[in-house]
Write a protein that binds this ligand. Structure first.
Ligand code: ADP
Ligand code: ZN
Ligand code: MG
Length: 482
């Protein structure tokens, strides 16, 4: 479990998330317009998705497949009978005056996902429902004008509503990350948060005691990064704590997070909340999903992150922490397995992945698909450490050179003469020099101050310009001193 669930004033948070994920279908939910991102405004539109009178929607079966796959992966119960419903509200980016969504009979209910913590403990977060709907268009507000782009209008979405099961901002982020990982494994959502195709509304309340009933919740809309989710939650928990400490009442409202100042601001109070007047969509028949359709989706499921993590722990003898890191990104897990099958040594490969490779990906802000070294190039470098040609420190230098220049590990090692000296006579010669130049320390060692060994090894390494094989140096030096 996460260690701290209580803040300084003794309040606990209760958090529930509503996540919207755009499905990565080629065409929209109810028409055949393209979903591609970044096109000229209002070019991917037709009478259906621009809300022309009389235009009729028809359901994109690929979107239904993707949504079912997600529902299965989140352990939901799938409803065989699905009803689409009109969610009525006015907004300039919604020309029909309603959004087609699902209300009373959604695609799926009662699921869960598991989140894990560094210490290996796990927690299940309940999923209340998962339903299908269409996205709205996008407004851009300039100084003297507001522009409406309907390219996004009608793109298929799934909304995943969690139970109020999270207790800390860290748990909320872990849950959101886990959902993203699973959706990526399923290849049903691009999960590009900057482009807004995965976004999150958070609901948060606080209370003094875990046995009290939940406090009044506040909703914070439309967060599109993990960092913002965490920041908004910390801010909001503090704000609510201060209010209760001042004997003020929390009011149910919707707030917006301002990422530049890091604070939340009220957008509308409960009294101003929309009454969406949901009713069944008269232009669409109920969508019936038979068991064979659901079974077909079940059979085509890939290995999911939890299963892969377990397999990595068993097959490669990794800790939960290592396996979890390596499986939290599908492409990284694939790269890792390729690397292991190329050079064996799963633990060594795991260390390289987590230290050098993932650090580089972070620094360069890229995914492993754009990483300069394929698994064979990196594998050749790791192999030269295992074979004793170079030591770990030299390998890091070579690695840095490989990711900037284009040369292979072997070429860099040869060109710079980095090959480790494992040749006994060469090392012995250096050791003899060091001993004759450091008689005082040698005497100390012989008088029982064995800690001075490190100092002498250091001198030998320095004289060899870091190229002596440290294991050989240690062994030989010890022999000479005693
Ligand atoms: P609404 O009627 O406002 O849509 P719901 O009960 O449907 O509220 O819940 C919406 C989201 O808010 C869900 O993710 C749920 O887990 C979360 N939630 C509900 N009550 C609370 C609460 N008291 N504190 C924090 N989150 C809550
Ligand atoms: Zn269209
Ligand atoms: Mg609700």
């Amino acid at each position: 479990m996460n260690s701290k669930t209580e803040n300084k004033k003794g309040y606990n948070a209760v958090i529930g998330l509503e996540i919207h994920a755009q499905l990565s279908t080629k065409s929209k939910m109810f028409c055949s317009c393209s979903t591609s991102f970044g096109k000229k405004q209002n070019t991917n539109i037709c009478p259906v998705c621009s809300g022309q009178p009389g235009a009729l929607p028809s359901i994109n079966s690929r979107a239904v497949e993707y949504a079912v796959r997600a529902a299965l992966a989140f352990n939901c119960k799938i409803n065989n009978k699905n009803i689409f419903a009109r969610k009525n509200y006015f907004y300039p980016d919604l020309p029909k005056g309603y959004q087609i969504s699902q209300y009373e009979e959604p695609l799926a209910i009662n699921g869960w996902v598991e989140i894990g913590f560094k210490d290996g403990s796990k927690k299940k977060i309940g999923i209340t429902r998962l339903h299908m709907e269409e996205d709205a268009g996008k407004n851009t507000h300039n100084v003297n004008e507001s522009l409406v782009d309907l390219n996004r209008s009608g793109i298929p979405l799934i909304e995943i509503v969690s139970e109020p099961d999270m207790r800390t901002p860290e748990e909320a982020v872990a849950y959101f990350k886990k959902l993203k990982t699973v959706l990526e494994y399923l290849e049903v959502c691009d999960c590009n948060m900057e482009e807004g195709n995965l976004r999150c509304d958070i609901n948060v309340s606080i209370r003094k005691n875990e046995h009290e009933k939940f406090g009044t919740k506040v909703e914070i809309k439309n967060l599109n990064s993990f960092r913002f989710v965490e920041k908004a939650l910390y801010y909001e928990i503090e704000r609510q704590t201060k209010m209760l400490e001042n004997n003020e009442k929390i009011i149910q409202e919707t707030r917006l997070f301002d990422s530049s100042s890091g604070i939340t601001r009220s957008m509308r109070k409960k009294e101003e909340a929309h009454d969406y007047r949901y009713f069944p969509e008269p232009d669409l028949l109920p969508l019936i999903l038979n068991e064979s359709f659901i079974q077909k989706e079940k059979d085509s499921m890939p290995e999911l992150p939890d299963k892969k993590c377990e397999r990595f722990m068993e097959k490669y003898l990794l800790s939960f922490y290592d396996a979890d890191v390596l499986t939290s990104d599908k492409d990284i897990s694939k790269y890792y397995e390729d690397l292991v099958s190329y050079i064996k040594e799963p633990k060594v490969c795991s260390n390289w992945m987590q230290a050098e490779v993932m650090r580089t990906l972070n620094e360069q802000r890229i995914g492993i698909k754009d990483f300069k070294l394929d698994h064979k190039k990196l594998g050749d470098l790791i192999r030269s450490v295992i074979s004793g040609d170079i030591n770990q420190n030299t390998a890091k230098e070579v690695f840095n050179e490989m990711i900037t220049g284009g040369a292979s590990a072997g070429e860099i090692i040869d060109k710079k003469g980095l090959k480790q000296i494992s040749d006994l006579t060469a090392i012995e010669k250096i050791i003899d020099e060091v001993i004759s130049e450091s008689m005082a320390q040698v005497q100390q060692y012989r008088d029982g101050k064995t800690a001075v060994m490190g100092f002498l090894v250091g001198l030998v390494m320095k004289k060899s310009k870091g190229k002596a094989n440290p294991a050989v140096v240690n062994e030989l030096l010890k022999k000479k001193l005693t």
